[in-house]
Design a protein around this ligand. Structure first.
Ligand code: NDP
Length: 265
């Protein structure tokens, strides 16, 4: 896959912007959607550092781009750039998808995560309190799930619960007993570090361990969950669903989800 610096960006229609961005599966996934529908659009990955976000967006608009997805570290800057945003973006103060024609933005992480869930859980434990945890805690709380949040740095968990928690609570120890869903939103999915999880209450076969990260093999969280009998899933389904919602926002047409899933499966 080609990754471009924004100053060297080719003429194209859509892009994912981030730093770092070279691991992104989004170009492959969006091209699979275009191929499935016989579209000739082009989607590329573009490296943009935080300080150059607005300059990069101006440049891409001049080149004829119609919209972008953004990832770390641009989700807040994207929200600030947009003239109009969806209700979820306003609540979380972040956008991950921009449309240039009307300078608007949406958050497709929240509906993407919810659509990726295989079923409803009464109680969920969310590990982590970073950017993606905000979206996950908000998504689950809004659909009526009782959410507990654990984070290495407790003050960040408190801030998150205060701002977007809708009644969720903080736990000081991440013990899995009693939770139908355990979501790892920490970046240990990428670093390989282990979390101090207490697995003694594990209920094999009736709990889902969900890691937002995706890589070539199971993350340490998913390996540990499997060794305690939990069903696991990684972040590819969420990636596909958030991408499908972005596609629909740009094209005003149904996204070919199966083709997109096949491309990253
Ligand atoms: P952030 O940097 O905003 O947050 C990182 C979180 O990880 C913080 O809560 C941090 O805790 C915690 N953390 C980092 N290292 C450790 C450690 N060694 N032990 C315990 N906790 C740790 O990241 P994001 O929320 O933006 O992203 C997190 C993950 O989610 C990434 O793997 C990313 O790829 C994935 N993701 C996947 C998506 C998808 O579509 N599938 C969408 C968005 C994200 P502390 O506060 O203490 O520093």
């Amino acid at each position: 896959m080609s990754v471009f610096g924004w100053r060297e960006a080719p003429r194209a229609d859509f892009a994912v912007l981030g730093h770092p961005i070279k691991h992104s599966l989004s170009p492959k996934m969006h091209h699979a959607a275009y191929d499935a529908l016989g579209l000739r659009e082009n989607y590329v990955a573009i490296e943009v550092i935080a300080e150059e976000f607005e300059q990069a967006i101006d440049h891409l608009i001049q080149l004829g781009y119609r919209g972008v997805n953004v990832t770390i570290p641009h989700k807040t800057a994207a929200f600030e750039w947009a003239d109009s945003t969806c209700e979820t973006s306003q609540k979380l103060q972040v956008c991950n998808t921009l449309r240039f024609s009307d300078q608007s933005g949406v958050n497709t992480d929240v509906p993407g995560f919810l659509k990726s869930l295989p079923g409803h859980s009464q109680r969920a434990l969310v590990l982590g309190a970073g950017g993606s945890a905000r979206a996950i805690v908000y998504a689950l709380s809004r659909q009526g799930t009782e959410v507990s949040v654990w984070n290495r740095t407790g003050s960040r968990a408190a801030e998150l619960v205060d701002q977007v928690g809708l009644g969720s609570r903080i736990v000081s120890d991440p013990a899995v007993g009693g939770f139908g869903l355990i979501v790892n939103t920490t970046s240990t999915g990428l670093t390989g570090d282990s979390l101090p999880i207490d697995w003694t209450g594990a209920e094999p076969g009736s709990q889902l361990a969900y890691d937002l990260a995706y890589s070539s093999g199971p993350t340490s969280f998913l390996s540990e969950a499997a060794s305690h009998g939990l069903t696991g899933m990684d972040g590819r389904m969420m990636l596909m669903e958030q991408g499908a919602f972005a596609f629909e926002y740009w094209f005003d047409a149904s996204a070919p989800r199966e083709a997109m899933w096949e491309a990253i499966r």
